[in-house]
Design a protein around this ligand. Sequence first.
Ligand code: NAD
Length: 461
Amino acid sequence: MRDWPGSREGLVATKAKTPQREETDKSPTAVDRAKEEAAAAGRPGPSQRAEVSNLDIVRFYFDRAVERLELADDIRTVFWTPYREVTVQIPVKLSDGKVHTFSGYRIQHNGARGPYKGGIRYHPEVDVDEVRALASLMTWKTAVANVPFGGAKGGVNCPADQLEISEVQKITRSFMDKIEKILGPTRDIPAPDVNTNAQVMAWMMDEYGKLHGHTPAICTGKPIALEGSYGREQATGRGCIYMFREAAPQIGLTPAEATFVVQGYGNVGSWAARILQQLGAKMVGASDATGAIQSEAGIDADDLARHIAEGGKLTEFPGTEVISPDDLLAIECDVLIPAALGGMIHEHNADRIKARMIIEGANSPTTPAADQILHQHGVHVIPDVMANAGGVVCSYFEWVQNLQHFRWSEREVNDKLGGIMRRAYRDVSGRAKEEGISLREAAYLVGIERVVEASRTRGYV
Ligand code: NAD
């Protein structure tokens, strides 16, 4: 993984080093099969992910909020539908000598509050509806965090874990080449997401620079060597823990005595775990796409991250018991951090959850039906739309630094991140209390209100 600057423990980075890669069958049928297998690997059990899509989930919360805000139907349509959707064809000759055609998407949802901002995801399950959902979630998220961005998302439906590094580079450059017209430091600024990382952002910046000259502010989440920001890699996980620190006293939880479980030990999950452990909390369960483990005595978050970064399997981490991914959710603990994919907590498994608090590191991990069950059980849910905003907040810092060609220290970045995350938590929890609603409902209200106000003030609607 060291050959990937600023590498995150994504599938791309881990698999790209695998020597047997050279023998991989790259025929179009094999790639299609690989897509199916990779999709299956993201869903170890049939009951693991919900039938409901990310788009349905975001739509549900959006509808509830606009109902409460009494927005007229014509205005609702403006704020639900994306401003611009671009789909491009990415034909790439892979090492088997054949041309494989992938689809790339960039969807700009709403730019009333500033340039569009959102990650780029490489995953076989990426489709236009998922990207739409994630783009609108970004609009509300940037507004809740109160950073001057709109919302966007992008993705390519490639099985990144089956590809060589050089093939991922080809896809990235071809994708950037085709979408650069709608991007720009004052228009739309991509960032990493599932299976993309600092290296991918470096290629994106380089490709954009061929046409526009050196433009570091074109994307965020870049390597430190290429004007990336200190603290960006850890920011989403760190942001989750800033939120936890605000919320813990509200439910009488002492961080040093807390136990926690992480679903999805990737970038967000592993950093949240390492930072929560620094507060004295103990990790008692963890999972990734390869399986799940538990230990009542505790799993050292730093050692587990190192073990995986060095190529070890999570399920082979010493001193732990392998359990089924479904049983992970049922572990006795204070805090559960879902940090894998969307729809992992649904009506068929929500009532097994014993945690008192859920911090949604992933986007849309909880379906509306599950959310209701958790609410009935009195679980304190810190929703994705605020909990995982740390990444985009730090991206905002990176962008500000890039525009000035000036670098802040990691401490400065973390302090500023803490300030913004605390303020967001207080804004939302104040509103939740005032109206007697959940943090999720309150976050959507706060986010949508800010976007509507900006749109009206600039005369867009
Ligand atoms: P990542 O690729 O680094 O990590 C994802 C992890 O989830 C991996 O460990 C993977 O093995 C695991 N996983 C996949 N399928 C699983 C399954 N079925 N069960 C258990 N684990 C599974 O990605 P990431 O950047 O950490 O993103 C994770 C989530 O957080 C995504 O939903 C992403 O949209 C969201 N998010 C990320 C950021 C960011 O800055 N990286 C910011 C906001 C939100």
